[in-house]
Design a binder for this molecule. Structure first.
Ligand code: DSN
Length: 424
């Protein structure tokens, strides 16, 4: 605990306001390539700041534990329907306040302490909430990891089948989806295995929800997933929050209890109207948006590779999603160093473990991950991806001073300041 014994609260007040304003100004002159972020449309953002910010509504629409909820009831039930249409799901819960909460709610509903689950390891792309540092350990679940084939950058299905026969527990949950997520997962094949164990298949769509909504990447429920969990703010450009979607009414009844009362009390109502607006935007513009995202990611991979930047998965066409990953150790850098150089030049990316890398490298990995969904929302296309690859080369290979590169980054970003694929 740090006690500061503040004397001049006016200075603190100003400092907070100034930091917010400075961040707004700085970020609007940055090229943001963090794969897990996005921006809402101005309309969704406007509706985010409403009286709902201050309200509670525990329970389900029209069956709440509070009074005063008639408008959120209407909105929330409408948003459930919109999200259901986008994901081909009959049952949707938009109350989880994050993707991790959605995962906790689902895992805790479908497995009990002592049960086993299988997911991707962190180096293979698995999210923290799929692994032993997150939800599974908190819930007393034993985690096994899928064998990962780095040649194909995907789960090795045959090896999974073989290795599962050797473990002492029969998994209750098979989890797909990842944070480093370049290629669609073998949902159909893993579902066949899950069926042999009478287990449930959960697809964490956090990174690719917008691509799925736009008809790209894959269609998890149609391919066999029992449940989708997700956040709502990555390739799906909505407010930060979570969601569960399924066509299994038997599972949904249990999962809803996991969401409330087990994992949430209030569900942060102010984000629900913005989620609805984003869902309508994705219905109207999602196909074009998702398709441009994937084109841009491939174009960035290609352009970087041509400049000598070691993008992984070259033989596979680099990516089928919004992300690419780069092994910067091959050009004499570590992931953090590469990301820090970018930040000095107003290009924001994150360091990332690469498939095949040991977990002990987690704080200083060899890779970086880059996502193009936000810049695509601001209207950038393939030619701008080429320009960005040039910035990366100047920073990482030519060792140009980042402040020089920053001038050109800021200049490029000036032309891309309006959010597209958006309702008025
Ligand atoms: N950790 C986030 C990501 O960057 O993928 C997801 O929660």
């Amino acid at each position: 605990m740090i006690l500061k014994n503040y004397q001049n609260l006016e200075t603190e007040r100003r400092s907070i306001i100034q930091a917010v304003e400075a961040n707004n100004t700085w970020r609007s002159s940055c090229i943001n390539l963090i794969a897990s972020e996005n921006v809402m449309s101005p309309l969704a953002e406007k509706l985010y700041l409403s009286d709902f910010l201050h309200r509670y509504a525990e329970g389900e629409p029209f069956h709440r534990y509070y009074n005063g909820t008639k408008y959120i009831d209407l909105i929330e039930s409408e948003v459930q329907g919109l999200m259901g249409d986008l994901l081909n799901a009959e049952y949707v819960d938009v109350r989880p306040i994050s993707g991790t909460v959605a995962n906790f709610a689902v895992f805790s509903s479908l497995a009990k302490p002592g049960d086993a689950m299988i997911s991707l390891s962190t180096p293979s792309g698995g999210h923290i909430s799929h692994n032993k540092y997150g939800a599974p350990t908190a819930l007393g679940l034993k985690v096994y990891n899928y064998p990962f084939d780095v040649e194909r950058m995907n789960i090795d299905v045959d090896k999974t089948r073989r290795e599962l026969k050797l473990i002492d527990k029969r998994p209750k949950l098979f989890v797909l989806g990842a944070s480093l997520f370049l290629f669609p997962h073998p949902v159909k094949e893993i579902k066949e295995i899950a069926n042999e164990y009478n287990a449930r298949l959960v697809y964490d769509a956090a990174h690719v929800l917008g691509l799925i909504a736009g008809g790209k990447f894959q269609a998890p429920l149609e391919e066999g997933a029992d449940i989708i969990t997700s956040s709502t703010h990555k390739t799906f450009p909505g407010p930060q929050g979570g969601i569960v979607a399924t066509n299994r009414d038997d599972l949904f009844t249990t999962i809803k209890k996991g969401v409330f009362p087990r994992l949430t009390s209030n569900h942060h109502l102010h984000r629900i109207p913005s989620l609805g607006i984003t869902a309508i935007e994705m219905m109207e513009f999602g196909k074009n948006y998702a398709s441009q995202i994937v084109k841009n990611a491939k174009a960035l991979g290609e352009a970087c590779y041509e400049l000598g930047i070691p993008v992984i998965a070259e033989e596979l066409g680099f990516t089928e999603s919004h992300q690419i990953a780069i092994d910067v150790s091959k050009i004499g850098l570590k992931g953090k160093e590469a990301a820090d150089l970018c930040e000095e030049a107003n290009v924001i990316i994150n360091k990332n473990l690469l498939p095949g890398e040991p977990l002990k490298n987690v704080k200083d990995p060899n890779g970086v991950r880059i996502g193009v969904q936000e810049m695509t929302r601001f209207g950038m296309k393939e030619s701008e991806m080429k320009t960005i690859s040039g910035f990366l080369k100047r920073l990482w290979i030519d060792k140009e001073n980042p402040t020089k590169v920053r001038e050109d980054v800021v200049e490029l970003r000036k032309n891309y300041s309006n959010v597209l694929f958006a309702l008025k």
